[in-house]
Ligand binder design. Structure first.
Ligand SMILES: *Cc1c(COP(=O)(O)O)cnc(C)c1O
Length: 590
């Protein structure tokens, strides 16, 4: 037997010592629960699914989002209509008896929690607590605070962040959870640090807390930033902070250095109170350190939950040849040896499923033998959905040379994002103008989890054209890679790490402006993608294998959660410390 101090690390030694509490404004929990909008929520859900598979002692907090994000309808001109997505929490979750309160604009707001048990492949449960203010005793306004994900104005947002951060910390205690680590997934959850600080101070008089109090909170908190540009960070004016949080708390946050340019900056707050912070790709860490030079910012590159995003036919092929992939995604490296014909057949079946969905939604019958490109993500302008259609004449020539070309689009614009909505209208208009016998362009409405899975597994090439350096990571290209689908993308976010020219896809070369990058996109299509697609199925199958082997084995949340566990949650020195001293933190009164 090894002496205690040398005992190997194991997750199993932690449940009795407490859990990680993961806080995220959105979590994609189940395709039938509209509790997410896009990449951030899908990442959060994939993180929890992998934590459940790996047996990590972890619980999660989010808001209920009783009316969802929105269901998107597009008319013939691409004009977006937004419908609410009411859902029934009791159909999926169990109501907890515990109640806590938070203070919003001086009002006391009651909060309850609904528990969703996320069960991993081997039975480990990650409970997700969805906070809900729709309770008797709350005002009509306050009952709606947990209705709309990213709805309303910035006042509504700050009020929601109080419920998530401060309500979540109090709910964890009311539920009797012993929390070792609070993980803030993006700055939306940063107010949890304020609740922890107030608990630490107990009834201490107002005023600046001592560094030792701050340090005790810091030792419990880790933070993941997802935003590569200053304008993307959650910020609130002093007036809003004073009105909604109260003047005492606002003054405290100001003294602690959480304001920048006169605004309460949620990223700064989270950084100030975290012993570990990370960005979501190597490049994003570099960009983040430039924005916040006073803080060390590590990097843990995102991933996706492999069994959630690999199509059924590809999963069956992997089960046959590499069954160990399910317990450890690193074994996907052995995809390098998959039989070509099985790879092609599995992909053909996934493509059939996508084309059937396109036909049933639009009546458009696409050809399964024709090169098919996919582009689906939030219709934010920096993602430049129109870049692929920038030069219609050249695209038409490429389509003819390829013996046909099909492009499938999807994506929602945030209800208040007028430029994003204009982008959808322009892509839909161009799709109509450009489509002919050789080129078919279709925009599918209501991009969501299920459609995302069909698209990333069913197209032949996944395209991404963000304006650098706005793509912190991007994850849909990883979903494609896990299906053996190569990417044709701008070198930003994860693709800088995943790109191996001709082996995992192709890079669109950096250019001075949109026109230059569109030019490179077309050149790559003409000179690399189309020739390989037309050349031989064997060469394409080889590309699919290398894509799956190299990128599938790495860009998954199985690897990512192990990195969070050892680099963020329980680095070895904390493991050792925890053995010798039980921190006094949780024994303070709330
Ligand atoms: C994966 C996913 C995203 C994220 O896509 P990016 O390429 O990272 O922008 C957004 N929405 C849905 C529905 C997804 O499944």
């Amino acid at each position: 037997m090894l002496p205690t101090s040398l005992k190997p690390f194991s997750y199993e030694s932690f449940p009795q010592a407490g859990v990680v509490a993961y806080f995220s404004m959105e979590i994609a929990i189940d395709p039938a629960m509209p509790t997410y909008s896009g990449g951030l929520g899908v990442l959060a859900g994939d993180t929890l699914r992998s934590a459940a598979d790996l047996g990590v002692p972890l619980v999660a907090f989010t808001l209920l989002h009783r009316k969802g994000y929105f269901q998107q309808h597009l008319d013939a001109d691409g004009v977006q209509r937004e419908d609410v997505q009411p859902w029934e929490p009791a159909d999926f979750c169990a109501e907890e008896a515990a109640r806590v309160t938070v203070s919003v604009e001086g009002r006391t707001v009651n909060v309850r929690a609904w528990r969703y048990d996320l069960v991993g492949r081997w039975g480990h449960v990650v409970p997700i607590y969805l906070l809900d203010t729709d309770l008797e005793g709350n005002s009509g306004w306050d009952r709606g605070l947990t209705d709309h994900l990213y709805g309303g104005d910035s006042n509504y947002r700050l009020e929601q962040e109080i419920v998530l951060g401060m309500g979540g910390v109090r709910m964890a205690k009311a539920l009797g959870l012993v929390v070792n680590v609070f993980h803030m997934n993006e700055g939306h959850a940063a107010l949890l640090t304020l609740a922890l600080l107030e608990r630490q101070l107990g009834g201490a008089p107002a005023g600046p807390p001592g560094e030792s109090d701050v340090e005790l909170v810091r030792q419990r908190c880790v933070f993941t930033t997802h935003t590569p540009v200053p304008a993307g960070h959650d910020r609130f004016s002093t007036e809003q902070a004073v009105r909604i949080l109260g003047s005492e708390r606002t003054a405290r946050l100001e003294k602690l250095g959480c304001f920048r340019e006169g605004m309460l900056n949620m990223t700064l707050l989270a950084l100030r109170f975290s012993r570990f912070a990370n960005a979501v790709a190597m490049k994003h860490a570099k960009v983040s350190r430039e924005m916040f030079p006073q803080y060390p910012i590590d990097s843990i590159t995102n991933g996706v939950h492999a069994p959630t995003w690999i199509s059924d036919p590809v999963q069956q092929m992997l089960d046959k040849h590499i069954p160990a992939w399910r317990r450890d995604n690193l074994y996907l490296r052995n995809a390098i040896d998959l039989p070509f014909d099985e790879m092609l057949t599995a992909h053909a079946r996934a493509k059939e499923a996508l084309l059937a969905e396109v036909a049933s939604r639009t009546g458009m019958v696409l050809n399964p033998r024709v090169l098919t490109l996919g582009f689906a993500r939030r219709a934010a302008t920096y993602k430049r959905a129109g870049l692929l259609l920038a030069d219609p004449a050249r695209l038409a020539r490429i389509a003819s040379a390829a013996g046909g070309l099909q492009i499938v689009y999807a994506g929602k614009a945030h209800p208040q994002d007028e430029p994003g909505k204009a982008l959808i209208r322009s892509v839909v208009a161009k799709a109509g103008q450009l489509s002919n016998d050789m080129l078919r362009v279709v925009y599918l409405e209501d991009y969501n989890w299920n459609l995302g899975a069909l698209l990333t597994s069913g197209v032949d090439v996944w395209v991404n054209t963000p304006r650098r350096p706005y793509e912190a990571s991007g994850t849909s290209g990883m979903k494609a890679a896990l299906n053996g689908v190569p990417s044709l993308s701008i070198l930003d976010g994860w693709w800088i790490e995943g790109w191996m020219e001709g082996l995992t896809g192709w890079a669109i070369e950096d250019g001075a402006d949109d026109a230059a990058e569109a030019n490179s996109l077309y050149t790559k299509l003409e000179s690399a993608v189309v020739p390989l697609f037309l050349d031989s199925p064997g060469k394409w199958a080889h590309l699919m294998r290398t894509t799956l082997a190299y990128n599938g084995s790495y860009f998954n949340t199985n690897r990512m959660v192990k990195q969070y566990s050892r680099n963020a949650y329980y680095p070895l020195k904390l493991v050792e410390q925890a053995r010798v001293e039980e921190p006094a933190f949780d024994h303070q009164s709330a």
